[in-house]
Design a protein around this ligand. Structure first.
Ligand code: HEC
Length: 390
């Protein structure tokens, strides 16, 4: 009953997180695009910096950007902030439901580090809070050197990814780097970007020149958010791709894919001012290099005497996997077999042998090694897998 409710809650919150996340990133991409495509050619109306015509959903739209703002504040002014706040709130809720509620299985991997669930949760929560303070301090001290700042923030995230993968389970480490970046992005909106816009509006209503420092900080932070979108989205989906977090150098994979994402984003940011055509192919090349570098080593052919049949490995699966992966799981917290894989059903083991082999050899399964699978057993599963193909 409880597990059933948690499963639906997980689905509901994930759904909401996805929807508000799309709205946030979508609005942010849209305004970025708008800024880059404004027609700034003269003649413009007085006080107008640029304008843009668009057709969408059966109507024509004509937008204008003011050089300094309108003379009088409009009655209704739309803000874009709840998407960001709700993405953060739903993301944190999801972290609690999926990871903290089930910390033993989801946060801890004894082969990485033997933590208690409480310690794992503390590390998880602290990594997000700490990252915001480090990032915010860096921005305040280095704001006159934006390039250096960008490089140092990137290095900080690499160190964070490295450290988290030394303590948490690989998947939890990944998601917490994502959560730290998400916290930085939402913090930027809440603490810097929205206050900058409030200052703009306040100055206008008081008929004075706005304090320029607000605007400068807001611009810097929204630029950071823009570059962080691709890495953060990669990290969110990578949780369903064990080749990424399951790699021996998983933190490097995370950082390398993030760098590729940032380069791709950079291309779209500058392509209207400079034709840096090399950027996208370079990003693609970098991506292919990551695919090559993470290629599993080729397995040697098995001697006939080393071959293992399904009947011979079945007891291992029964002992180490069936508590979760069977038609009726006995592991508390599981109502249905995870990923739909019930190994007690005819043919399911053989049909999923490649996935099973990858999960077992990368030590991702059994989850949190709750069922204490030994290295000899993993080796035997690997031989079973290779025997199938021969
Ligand atoms: C404590 C519960 C638990 C145990 C024990 C367990 N698993 Fe899993 N397994 C999971 C969960 C949860 C998922 C879903 C992960 C996700 O959401 O991507 C999963 C997913 C998988 C997947 C699918 C991954 C994918 O990308 O589609 C495979 C394969 C797998 N497990 C193999 C195994 C094998 C083999 C064993 C035994 C050696 C095992 N598992 C033991 C909980 C468990």
């Amino acid at each position: 009953m409880e597990a059933h409710i948690v499963e639906w809650l997980n689905l509901l919150v994930r759904w909401i997180h996805f929807i508000v996340g799309v709205a946030w990133i979508g609005a942010s991409f849209y305004f970025n695009w708008l800024e880059n495509h404004l027609n700034r050619q003269a003649p413009q109306e007085k006080g107008i910096d640029g304008n843009l015509w668009a057709v969408h959903g059966g109507g024509f739209y004509h937008l204008k950007k003011f050089t300094n703002g309108p003379e009088k504040l409009p009655e209704v002014l739309h803000w874009f902030k709840w998407e960001a706040y709700m993405t953060w709130v739903s993301g944190m809720t999801l972290l609690i439901i999926v990871y903290y509620y089930n910390a033993t299985a989801m946060m801890i991997d004894p082969s990485v580090y033997d933590l208690t669930p409480t310690m794992a949760i503390i590390i998880g929560v602290a990594s997000g809070v700490f990252s915001w303070f480090v990032y915010d301090l860096l921005c305040k001290t280095l704001k006159s050197k934006p390039l250096l700042l960008g490089v140092i923030v990137f290095i900080y995230l690499a160190v964070l990814a490295y450290l988290l993968t030394q303590f948490l389970s690989p998947r939890a480490a990944y998601i917490h780097v994502g959560a730290a970046i998400g916290t930085i992005m939402a913090g930027n909106v809440f603490f810097v970007i929205i206050p900058a816009q409030k200052e703009l509006v306040k100055a206008l209503s008081e008929d004075r020149i706005p304090d320029a420092s607000y605007g400068e900080n807001g611009l810097l932070r929204s630029r950071h958010n823009n570059y962080l979108t691709l890495p953060v989205l990669f990290i969110m989906i990578s949780n369903h791709f064990p080749t990424t977090y399951g790699n021996q150098y998983n933190w490097l994979v995370l950082i390398a894919v993030s760098a590729v994402g940032i380069l791709a984003r950079h291309y779209f940011n500058i392509r209207h001012i400079s034709k840096a055509v090399w950027m996208l192919p370079t990003a693609l090349f970098g991506f292919i290099m990551i695919v090559m570098a993470t290629m599993p080593a080729k397995q040697e052919a098995l001697e006939a005497s080393d071959k293992v049949t399904t009947a011979q490995v079945l007891p291992i699966f029964e002992q180490r996997c069936f508590s979760c992966h069977s038609s009726k799981p006995t592991q508390p917290g599981f109502v249905t077999p995870p990923a739909g894989l019930a190994y007690d059903k005819e043919g399911v083991l053989e049909n999923n042998a490649d996935k099973i082999n990858a999960q077992v050899m990368q030590k991702i399964m059994p989850l949190g090694n709750l069922t204490k699978m030994t290295d000899e057993e993993r080796e035997k599963v690997s031989r079973w897998y290779r025997s199938l193909g021969q």
